[in-house]
Design a protein around this ligand. Structure first.
Ligand code: TRP
Ligand code: SF4
Length: 327
């Protein structure tokens, strides 16, 4: 029996290279070894986007199209939309009963989001419970492994805590203790060296065309000590070089390093070459995306099948939960 994996992504916009390197590459690699469920976390998105919710549905579909274009295979994995499986909210409510408020108020992601998301009002009741819904997502499927970014570790910690609390409070061994799995790939920073994010406008989109890609790469910050083309550079402090590490082979990386250190190439040319690499890298992904965009019915069908599979597992778990809590 394969171990079960659940992971999710919030549909708050179009996807970019950060999603691909930070999650999708990893997800697609795990599909053979694990029984994978990949979920569009639209309730989680609504918690912060409730004032402008009109695009959530469109983004959900668009994200799933990108997932598949990047190698997520609906034949192997179960793809579904959170809000289409009602048991998420039922388990969320159940877990809420055994969640001490202090655990949520002290959650580092909560405190950070209150500080960072200035443009959105996230001091609502739902947002405080964000990690409880995430725990419900995971426990509903009794997932044993959860691939996430480092920023999500506190949520996994809470999930384990709630799993144990549930089992001991209701005196039944219903839930396993899920493990976080961190991505092995080196992290990809945004164009400006901060975390790649839509809200920082420092990303390269999966559907950006070549003109946009070249223009964006041009703005990237290089070794700040390298002023003239004749100055030797230090690739280790250059973000352009870190992109080479992710998107080109070892030989190309070695070439860049040598050329940079010996001032054999200017940053402008080095960036042009990176632009070419990125355009080529995205070509098959964009081709697949175009194909799927022309046939949205296929996507809806995939999500319908996914929802049925997910709902079967979720229904069985909730049956056990209702029995355990005595409702
Ligand atoms: N909070 C996650 C994120 O922002 C998204 C998410 C929702 C998730 N439910 C999940 C991730 C369950 C893993 C498992 O990235
Ligand atoms: Fe960065 Fe390339 Fe310029 Fe070196 S030559 S500093 S790696 S952009």
């Amino acid at each position: 029996m394969k171990k079960k994996i659940l992971s999710g992504m919030r549909p708050t916009g179009k996807l970019h290279l950060g999603h691909l390197v930070g999650a999708l590459k990893n997800w697609s690699k795990l599909q053979d070894e694990y029984d994978c469920l990949f979920m569009v976390a639209d309730w989680h998105a609504l918690m912060s986007e409730y004032k402008n919710p009109e695009n959530l549905k469109e983004y959900a579909l668009d994200n799933v199209i990108d997932w598949i274009s990047c190698g997520i295979d609906p034949e192997k994995s179960t793809l579904f939309i959170q809000s289409q499986v009602q048991e998420h909210l039922e388990l969320y409510m159940t877990l809420s009963c055994i969640t001490p408020l202090g655990l949520l108020e002290r959650c580092p992601t909560y405190k950070e989001q209150l500080r960072e998301l200035k443009t959105r009002e996230v001091n609502n009741y739902a947002f405080l419970g964000y990690p409880v819904l995430q725990a419900a997502d995971i426990l509903l499927y009794k997932a044993e492994v959860v691939p996430v970014g480092e920023d999500q570790l506190p949520h996994l910690e809470l999930t384990r805590e709630l799993s144990n609390r549930f089992n001991s409070n209701f005196k039944q061994q219903v839930f396993p203790e899920p493990q976080a799995m961190l991505t092995q790939f080196p992290r990809l920073l945004g164009l400006d060296g901060r975390k790649m994010s839509k809200s920082y406008d420092n990303y390269i989109g999966l559907s950006d065309d070549s003109d946009i890609i070249f223009a964006k790469v041009k703005t990237m910050i290089t070794d700040p000590k390298r002023i003239r083309k004749t100055d030797p550079g230090d690739p280790e402090v250059c973000n352009v070089h870190s992109y080479y590490k992710v998107f080109s082979d070892q030989q190309m990386c070695a070439t860049v390093e040598k050329q940079c250190q010996n001032a054999e190439i200017g940053c402008t040319d080095c960036k042009k070459r990176l632009g070419d690499i990125l355009v080529k890298f995205l070509e098959p992904i964009q081709a697949k995306r175009k194909e799927l965009l022309n046939d949205k019915k296929i996507i809806l069908k995939i999500l319908e099948t996914g929802q049925e599979k997910a709902a079967t597992i979720a229904g069985a778990t909730m049956k056990q939960v209702r029995q355990a809590v005595g409702l």
